[in-house]
Design a protein around this ligand. Structure first.
Ligand code: LLP
Length: 419
């Protein structure tokens, strides 16, 4: 996956810490993150854009753990939030409000109030109705809401349909034909302050072309809007840079930056980025224990103690996560198997028809590239308490989220007298 996860004496390590030791201490399923990898990803992105004023707002839907947020905040990053819950967590992690952007198609009045009271940098507004509501809410608080319109540039990001957002038919953003007129309308709104323009076309993009195509469309809008005498400060280009899960070859941040900066020579707007997956995807593994091997009708199943409630991406998107043994045994035979969890659903799989080394019951298995949309999309389906998360730095490690307890499963539940 990367140099932060390596075998030493045939045992998988995260940085200098041995994975079986962590599994023994904290149990499985267990998310293990590398602090070095997190810093490295942030710095790669940051350095790539060093010649243009910019702010990297980590898209925390990819991973909302406070220690991870704080790692990026300490490196000078901001945070892209999409709910009041995310805003709460971002502030708790010490992110300055002026480094927070609020995206999302369905911000409630309550969430708008919360963000206005916090004093965030920018609301990325996605519809006329939202624009009007934000104006009203800001008025009720006697504040001005800093806004950017999220433009839907109608560009095909050539990624999985569920995670492509910049096409005309998707629910996201305002169609680019209508954008300039809406900016004129916004100028007249008493409690909105226009600060920027935004777009995000999709996730896990593996070529630069769709980003460039979207940027060109946005820049031509910036020109039209500026000519109308409307001053913008920020150009928010969203997230979406892909990573290698299997054999994808996404652009290096340098290539991505070069392609974008080539278009931005005459643009003095501050750039905002909202990368999620790139910053965290390949910084973690999910460690699991093999429960049983099962053969049926010439098909093999490896049943493990992690399941689709812990890592939902394979079940939901047919996503590929590499599988490696925690102890390499050279010369192990291989089998083709489905790697499945204990959940009572046919769709509960972590890999399908995958050629993997043969694992014995009780052995540890690691799923790669689990840092983005792994824990953050996990649930307690089948009343499975959520996994624990550990962060490693050199030879140090710390539990950054406890494994949920049985009591957590029923927290908040009440049984009324008539039952
Ligand atoms: N900004 C906005 C407005 C977004 O909607 C997203 C992701 C991002 C930034 C971050 O995109 P990234 O850099 O991570 O590609 N659950 C799916 C991914 C959903 C992405 C949703 N929006 C998955 O597991 O692949």
């Amino acid at each position: 996956m990367n140099t932060f996860f390596n075998y030493k004496n045939q045992i998988l390590h995260c940085e200098d810490v041995n994975i079986p030791k962590l599994a023994h201490e904290f149990g499985t399923p267990l998310y293990v993150y590398s602090h070095g990898a997190l810093k490295n990803q942030f710095q790669l992105f940051d350095t790539a854009f060093k010649e243009h004023d910019h702010l990297i707002c980590f898209s925390m839907k990819a991973n909302s753990n406070g220690s991870i947020l704080k790692t990026f905040v300490n490196l000078g990053g901001g945070i892209d939030v999409v709910t009041g819950g995310e805003l709460f967590r971002a502030l708790k992690a010490g992110c300055a409000p002026k480094r927070i952007v609020f995206s999302g198609v369905g911000k409630s009045r309550e969430e708008m109030k919360q963000a206005l009271n916090a004093g965030i940098l920018q609301f990325n507004v996605e519809s006329i109705a939202e624009m009007n509501t934000l104006n009203e809410v800001a008025k009720s608080l006697d504040k001005k809401a800093p806004v950017a319109l999220r433009v839907n540039p109608d560009v095909d990001p050539q990624t999985h349909a569920y995670i492509s957002t910049g096409l005309k038919e998707s629910k996201f953003g305002i169609s680019h034909e209508k954008t300039a007129a809406l900016y004129e309308q916004m100028v007249k709104m008493s409690h909105l302050e226009i600060v920027g323009i935004a777009c995000h076309i999709g996730s896990q993009l593996t070529t630069v072309e769709p980003f460039v195509e979207a940027l060109r469309k946005i820049l031509s809008l910036v020109e039209v809007i500026t000519k109308k005498g409307i001053k913008l400060k920020y150009l928010d280009l969203g997230g979406g840079l892909g990573i290698t899960y299997h054999n994808e070859k996404p652009p290096h941040p340098q290539q991505y930056a070069q392609a974008l900066l080539g278009e931005l020579k005459h643009c003095d707007l501050k750039l905002i980025f909202e990368p999620g997956r790139f910053l965290v995807g390949n910084t973690a593994i999910l460690v699991s224990q093999v429960l049983y091997n099962k053969e049926r009708d010439s098909k093999s199943f490896v049943i493990v103690d992690a399941a689709s409630n812990d890592l939902m991406r394979p079940a939901l998107y047919d996503a590929y996560h590499g599988i490696v043994p925690v102890k390499t045994n050279e010369g192990r035979k291989e089998i083709k198997a489905d790697v499945v969890g204990p959940i009572c659903e046919t769709g509960d799989f972590l890999a399908k028809d995958r050629v993997i080394p043969i694992f014995e019951s009780g052995e540890l298995m690691a799923f790669n590239s689990a840092g983005a949309y792994g824990f953050s999309m996990s649930s307690t389906y089948n009343s499975r308490p959520k996994a624990a998360e550990v962060l490693v730095s050199g030879n140090q490690y710390a539990l950054i989220r406890e494994r949920e307890k049985m009591e957590d499963l029923i927290r908040g539940e009440k049984i009324p007298d008539f039952v």
